[in-house]
Design a protein around this ligand. Structure first.
Ligand code: CA
Length: 625
């Protein structure tokens, strides 16, 4: 029934189009929406080329006219689908900001004008400093954090409607909800927000997580508008908070407008029947791997509603690179988290990274390399030697091997390879990294079991793990709700690990954004984190100091962060009884010290030859001369 209606409609459309053509006019082109992307750009960018994608019915038949001082049309490309035009522009270094018409003409008749704007680039834009080891990222899922604007829960153009009773449905959280809690983040002490994708995901179900984009230039209207996003970044900056945008180069949503009207067959990977990726990124580093396995990894689709983009296509590659730069410049971003780093072709990721870092030399990007082994993870940080012309590696990679160790170390008996040794063994392999300090370290995230659940809801283990995370090498990332001891297991459904933040909705009976709304246990962990985070904010040795550690002995793991004369010592006692730790072994670092301040208790500590560490405790000592 529905199908027949569609066929009848398309016949009707063809008749209209034929009538328009036969009458000698091209009103069909003139009257439709013509899309130009990027929708605007900036004068004064480092890279002097800009490629515009123009989409409109039969637009390839049009001639393009553009006359603006400092801009040259380098070429106009027509591709397989006549609904697309690619316009390559060269921008002089001194091109001035302004608005100019791009005229589209057919048979010497004007059919459409797009007013293109070159904005004035912010003077400080190029030198912006991205997040680094002095920061702590707080990952939140916008649909599940706070509903600041119930009026945007549903949108007439978006097929999925709000349903908070469905764990896989949309719950109504939005940008306004994040904006209203900036003081909460400041109180907790994190410095940077990594927000799961906010771009339009127009799908009938599972649209809340944001990883199936249907418009790369539009904030999903159920989260807010593009202007709302810019306002959030501005407000965060005024409070000293940074914003990291979650970006995806590997795939998009099946309802994306350019998937529904593909520019060319090679825009995405296509198969005779649905073919899923094997999700085995190790095939890319395996010297014995078959081409079949590698191709399946790179070309297979992530899911039925996530077509796999073919980044070998130069137009697609340019489209995605320009889109990322557009968001950095437009919104004033402090960093990018790149989704599924191994899955796009390495040449694309190399070009993308190089173009971004050329434009913003102090920027930062973390690539999600979800791999179990240190060597394979490190591979994705290394410069792309085999990608001619693009020699920059990924600045930061996710440290899943350390996360794997942390998921067991605090909840198993000590042993030669177990307990504290498990952590030591991961860090002892840091030689494989280009820069082991540029790793994103975490206990859990939106794809993993909640850490509190992983360690058997053990408060002491939670505190030890958090203390370790905030003092070892790397850039710590927390997942929202960790400060509330949220639990949940991934195998019971993603909704279990992406629960609503209590108090984020007006109807909530509990408001965990304030101490009075948190349980005693929640306040205990919240205060533990808050105490450490605020201290870490000024602990330069933890930001930029060398890590020096000692083999775990008798279930006690001792390590130092050393920056000139600033020295921090951490002792983790993973035993169920207190330990009397001899200091002599550490004399190469603290020979000249015999007193410190213990950061968590705030108490001064003096020693002669021993320190007592309580059972199941991580103590942090700031050395005092
Ligand atoms: Ca809302």
């Amino acid at each position: 029934m529905k199908y027949n209606t569609l066929i009848r409609r398309s016949h009707f459309l063809i008749i209209i189009l034929l009538a328009a053509l036969l009458s000698g006019g091209f009103s069909a082109i003139a009257q439709q929406n013509i899309r130009v992307e990027p929708p605007f750009w900036w004068a004064g960018m480092h890279y002097n080329k800009l490629q515009l994608l123009v989409h409109g019915n039969d637009i390839a038949r049009a001639e393009v006219q553009l006359d603006y001082p400092g801009i040259t049309i380098q070429g106009i490309t027509r591709v397989e689908n006549p609904n697309y035009l690619f316009i390559d522009l060269i921008l002089d270094p001194d091109v001035r900001p302004g608005i100019f018409p791009i005229n589209f003409r057919l048979n010497n008749k004007h059919i459409y004008t797009y007013q293109y704007q070159l904005k004035q680039r912010n003077q400080e834009s190029a030198s912006r400093k991205g997040f680094d080891q002095s920061d702590v990222l707080y990952l939140l899922m916008p649909d599940r954090f706070a509903n600041g604007d119930p009026l945007n829960d549903n949108h007439v153009e978006m097929s999925e409607k709000v349903n908070r009773s469905n764990p896989s449905g949309r719950h109504g959280g939005d940008i306004q909800g994040i904006l209203e809690h900036l003081d909460y983040f400041k109180d907790l002490g994190i410095t940077t927000l990594w927000i799961n994708p906010l771009l339009e995901n127009n799908h009938p179900e599972y649209s809340y997580h944001g990883y199936a984009i249907t418009d790369f230039y539009r904030i999903d209207p159920r989260f807010g508008t593009n202007a709302d996003y810019v306002a959030l970044v501005d407000a965060a900056h005024r409070k000293g908070l940074k914003i990291v945008m979650d970006m995806i180069l590997n795939h998009c949503g099946i309802n994306h407008w350019f998937i529904r009207d593909l520019p060319m067959p090679g825009w995405i990977h296509q198969f005779p029947e649905f073919t899923r990726s094997n999700f085995r990124a190790e095939t890319l580093t395996d010297p014995h791997a078959s081409l079949a396995d590698q191709n399946r990894m790179l070309q297979g689709w992530f899911d039925r509603h996530m077509p796999d983009l073919d980044q070998r296509n130069p137009y697609l590659r340019n489209y995605l690179i320009q889109n990322s730069i557009w968001w950095i410049e437009f919104a004033g971003l402090d960093g990018i988290r790149l989704d599924t780093q191994p899955y796009p072709y390495a040449g694309m990721t190399a070009e993308w990274t190089t173009r971004i870092m050329d434009e913003y030399p102090n920027f930062n990007i973390v690539g999600e390399a979800w791999l179990q082994r240190e060597s394979m993870t490190a591979h994705f940080q290394k410069p792309y030697a085999d990608c001619a012309g693009f020699s920059i590696g990924m600045p930061v990679v996710t440290d899943f091997p350390l996360q794997g160790a942390l998921s067991r170390a605090f909840s198993e008996p000590e042993g030669w390879s177990e307990g504290m040794a498990r952590i030591y063994m991961v860090l002892a392999q840091d030689f494989v990294y280009d820069n082991p300090y540029n790793t994103l370290i975490f206990l859990d995230n939106h794809d993993l079991n909640r850490y509190f659940n992983t360690i058997g809801n053990d408060m002491q283990a939670m505190k030890m793990a958090l203390t370790f995370l905030l003092t070892t090498r790397g850039i710590p990332q927390l997942y929202y709700g960790t400060e509330l001891l949220m639990d949940g297991q991934e195998h019971l459904g993603h909704g279990e690990i992406r629960k609503d933040f209590p108090g984020g909705w007006a109807a909530d009976t509990v408001n965990a954004f304030v101490a009075a709304g948190r349980s005693n246990a929640q306040n205990e962990i919240y205060n533990h984190l808050k105490n450490l985070l605020h201290w870490r904010g000024n602990a330069r040795a933890v930001h930029y100091g060398k890590l020096l550690h000692f083999l775990p002995e008798d279930g006690v793991y001792t390590y130092f962060r050393i920056l000139n004369d600033e020295v921090v010592m951490v002792m983790i006692n993973n035993n169920t009884e207190p330990k009397n730790v001899s200091i002599n072994r550490f004399s190469e670092v603290i020979g000249g010290y015999n007193q410190a301040r213990e950061v968590i208790t705030g108490q001064p500590v003096m020693w002669s030859d021993h320190i007592v560490i309580p059972a199941r405790t991580a103590s942090v000592f700031e050395m005092v001369k």
